[in-house]
Structures are given as structure tokens and as C-alpha cells.
Ligand binder design. Sequence first.
Ligand SMILES: [Zn+2]
Ligand SMILES: [Zn+2]
Length: 452
Amino acid sequence: MVSLTFYGGAGEIGGNKILLEDKGARIYLDFGESFNFGEDYFYEYLSPRAVNGLEVYFEFGLLPKVPRLYGKRQLQFTGMKYAPPDIDAVFISHFHSDHLNHLPFLDEGIPVYMGHGTQRLIETYNKLYPGYYKMGEHKEIGLFKSGDKIKVKHLVVEPIHVEHSVPGAYGFIIHTSKGAVVYTGDFRLHGPRSDMSQEFVEKAADARPYAMLCEGTRMAEAGERNYTEKEVEEKADEIIKEAKGIVFADFSMANVDRFLSFYNATVKNGRKLVIDTRFAFVLDNLREKVAALPDVMEDKDILVYYRIAKSCEFEEKDYYPWERKYFPKKVTYKELSRAGKGYVMHMGFNKLMELVYIQPKDAEFVYSMSEHFLEGEENEEMRTVMENWVKHFKVGFHKAHSSGHASREDLEEVVKKVNPKVLVPMHTSKPEEFLKLHKNVVLPEKGKTIEI
Ligand SMILES: [Zn+2]
Ligand SMILES: [Zn+2]
């Protein structure tokens, strides 16, 4: 008998934390944090202490009181007695907070498996934002690549690469005593590497799965236009072509497909792409894993932006040692304000301050972030601030985005192709929509165990 317990990811987009049990083997599929985690009780500095914290989460019922899962120190003030873990492994599908943020709570004795790319991203972001991307202590971290077969007791877990809005994303095929169980993770089929997702779908179908846990982020969007990554590049190209001044583009640094879309559109229009030192560092670290990425130091179309620091004279010593490497590629606000038309600059909410120094003329701003921002009400305040900055500098505002998640139409196709006996919707606010796609849908509920 295979059972699933959803501690997150049931009836919500994100927060995947799913326990799969089969004849004494117990594994977690992802160990993420819900997007609305703690928002009812915490606000800015009113937040749990970093060292422990579990007692606060237990107080408000934000994390499940599951024995033999959490670390000894985490349980210190909770009243729950520590016992060695009874979980055999945790499998992380990709580098997004809603899939891995709760790793630090785990008992260090539980083996954690993740892709090479995910580990590289964690290391990279940890260096850039110390203490922010915490992974916790784990005695054993197993790194996998597509096609590996990882044995956990009698279970065999097969990670297969998929395309998503971050590199190194995987779906899993889990061979259980009852047959194969497919776990999609987050994926899409409309970008430059949709071949990877296709391969996953084919392998999932070949496994003749008993059950499929399928993400449904976009299940509510019936009939809505599915913008491809190629269309983002085309739209960026049009905007850049028409622009009389500098073009700012706001997108996630970890989204390498989006980077390449803007890079291609920039080069096509004879401009230079300006990224900051952090972005240069991310590209440097990912290039070994993602062959399509250009070499920041060698590529003549990439320049690295240096912000005003201590001396205000752009001296090397003003910057962290890891940033100094990119000095030969240096560009500052001075060049960008003099000859804006020659550049496309990566811009994020936290870098808006640079506009004060650049003083852009006839500039355009392309908003190209993923779906959990701008549209989301929780970010209303940030959106207003961003709009105010854009208006203040009389910058033209555009949107160009392609989702990291499969469209409803693609999900329908995938369900048909994989054809599981049981379909379990996850990572969706509209799980009941899956009832229209399949005759045997089991709707999970948070904290409840279902047998499949
Ligand atoms: Zn997700
Ligand atoms: Zn994701």
C-alpha cells in the first residue's frame, strides 16, 4: 500500500512537502515553504529567531508536529521529545523556496538528494546573500543527474530533467511496490528546452504509472494565451529596436532562459547587455552546468555595472574581493546616462536606486518577472513603489513574460499521454479542475493521508 501525506502543496500553489510511504520506506518529495507562510503572524522584524524557531511555528500550527523528522536543536523549546529520524530520504526537485526552504528544520541524519544544478545555485546564492539561502546541516547530500536510479530501501527513484524557470529542475519516477508513481515537480513545455520536459513525459508514460502527482499552477487559466519564451525574446527585440534611450529589463537572475532571451534581443540590436556584479557571479557559477551561457569575461556584448561605493571613485578596493574580478568589464552610471541608447540593463526592484544616478532619458522598462509578483496582492506595496519610480523618471513600461509552468492545454496533453490510473493534483489553487481531465482523481488535503 502506497500512501501520501501532503504537508504542503495541497490546494495551494507551492509549498510542496509530500510524504510518500510504502512498506516501511518513507521519503519526502520536496520540503518547501508555502508562499503565504507565516504571513498571519509575522511582519518585518516580528519573526521567529533564526537559531531555533520551531517552537514558534508549532505554536501557530505553521509546521506539522511530526515526530522523528526535525533536528534535535530545532525541538529544544517545543516540548516534543527528540527521537532519531524515521525518514529514509528527502528529494528536492529544484531551486525554488516553495520546494526547499524548510530543509534547515530537518534532522541532519536524513539524507537529502538534489540535482547538481540545485546545489550549485544554493552555493552561489549563499555566497551573494549570506545567511539568506540556508540549507541546514545534513550529513549526507546525494547529488543526482537525469536518468540516475537512486535506491532507497526497496524504492527506486529516477530523476528526469524538466524545463522550468530555473535550471536544474527535475521530475521523479518513483518505483514502488505497487508500481510507478510519477511526480512532475514544476515544469513547462513552451521554452527552448522543452525537449527535456518531453523526455520526462515520455519516460513517465513508458513506466505505465500507477499514480501521477501533477502540478497545476495554471489550471485556472483555461483558454488563456500561452506566451512562449521565444515570444518574450521577440517582444524584447521590438521594444529595444524602437527605444530611443536605455532599456531596463527586470527578470530573475536564476532564470537562464530569460537571460538568454534578453541577451539575444540585445545583441541583435547592436547594444550591450549590462548586468551587475552579482549577476556576473551567478552566470560564472552556472556556466559549467548550463553550456548555453556566455562567458562574462570574454563576451564583448556583456558589461558589468559597478554601483557607487565607499570612495565614490570606483576604486577596486571599494568592492568585495569576489566582485573585483569583473573590473575589466566595468561600466558605471556615467556611461549609461551619456549614451543610454547603446545599452540594455538588467534591473531589479532593489536596484531602482541606480536610476537616480543614471538619470535616464527616453528610457523603457520591461517587466519580465514570474507570476508570483506584480499580479499578487501581497506585493501591492512594492508594485506601487516600482510604478512610482517608473513614472517619476518618465520611463515607458512594458510587460513580457512567459510562465515557468505548463499551460492548462499542455497539462491536458500530459495527463492523456502519461495516463496514470490515479491522478493527484498538487501545486494548484484549483485542484478540482483536474476532475475534468481524468476519471480517477484523488484530491489531497493538507495534513491528511491518502492511500493510492
Ligand atoms: Zn513551485
Ligand atoms: Zn518552481
